[in-house]
Design a protein around this ligand. Sequence first.
Ligand SMILES: Cc1cc2nc3c(=O)[nH]c(=O)nc-3n(C[C@H](O)[C@H](O)[C@H](O)COP(=O)(O)O)c2cc1C
Length: 437
Amino acid sequence: MSEDIKRLTRFVDDDNQRHIDTAMGNGVYDGLKKALEEHQPKDIVDILKASGLRGRGGAGFPTGLKWSFVPVKAEKPKYLCCNADEGEPGTFKDRLIMERDPHMLIEGIVIACYAIGIRDAYIYIRGEFVKPADILDEAIDEAYEKGFLGENILGKNFECHITVHRGAGAYVCGEETGLIESLEGKRGQPRLKPPFPAIVGAFQGPTVVNNVETLSNVPWIIVNGAEKYAEVGSERNPGTRIFGVSGMVEKPGLYELPMGTTLQELLDIAGGVKDGKKLKAIIPGGSSAPAMSPKELDTKMDFDSLMKAGSMAGSGGMIVLDETVCLVRVTRRLLEFYAHESCGQCTPCREGVPWMLRIVRNIELGKGKMSDIKQILKICDNIKMRTLCPLGDAAAMPTEGFVKKFKSEFTKHIQTGECTVGGPLGCDRRPRKIDHH
Ligand SMILES: Cc1cc2nc3c(=O)[nH]c(=O)nc-3n(C[C@H](O)[C@H](O)[C@H](O)COP(=O)(O)O)c2cc1C
């Protein structure tokens, strides 16, 4: 990887980058200065649109377009919520930004607020992220001292405040409307949409929810321009992405690479499958993304290519599974997570996910029936696109993916009652509690 591809992780190895003097020495806040001195708010939205930046939280929605949905003049105050919940299993990129370059994020938030006409921004951070939250609080204090936050920022008639809001650690609070409910002090349960947050969001005001990595791209775009931004990446998927690699690889970690890097390239950069074992499956974009088989490694890791391949780029977290892993067990473990995290508001998710868990658990225990396969797929069909929020899809999509793409592993378990791989990562037949509701 050539060094100049790095846009978001240029300074993450510098321990002092989280202090404002070092950060400023490295050019942080130059984008804010340029934004305020050279551009009207609307220009910034147009630059973001032209850059083609797409949200890094999971759905890949175009950022400039999202900002343009917010009314310029609104009766209620407008808000920006930076989504720092980072709850998707296999995802750990936002933490890097917050811990190692918090001022880049703060700068991105302030520019976004200027563009959309927002005074108050929140960083909604999961409760377990104690260290990043403390670092952010310190960095915010420094930004106030230097006049990048507060009233009359850089002598302009522009006021902006950031508050770090610590969540209690619930996956569903990463969903944008669950996040807003939780921010308002309520139980974190998603809202029915429409209305979308851009019209009715936090405290009933128009609200933009953007991911940490998304907002961290904004200063680079303002400093270097939309055209330069789009020089890297693939068609309709410009820029770089901080990919997380975990599981059975030689060098797990975070790698900033152009969007559109293939699964194979990323796997190679991460040192390949650990101990020279055979690859069984790769989850390409956090645990909600349907797994890819070893035959699909030339697929580009961008929103459109992975969707075309029946999966999704999601949060950019790649999980590598080798031949020693039982996929029935993996499916059961994922379903345990989603069943536990279902907020319980809507029936398909509340009932359907634990139902699938019970079936998969039975298969794992050697008590499966051939009709289970059809039953699981039917339940998936009844969950997908039928739940109040996409948490239901997040559970159904990877389950359907494993059962369809790796069907033989499930049928072998059912027919023989035995685990196909055995060993420590084969079926787990110890008694465990499986009902969460
Ligand atoms: C169950 C669930 C969990 C989510 N968790 C996160 C999260 O932890 N961080 C995040 O940025 N987006 C998360 N999202 C996506 C958000 O709803 C939203 O699309 C995103 O924050 C928008 O930001 P972006 O446009 O910058 O990507 C989650 C979505 C769902 C359905």
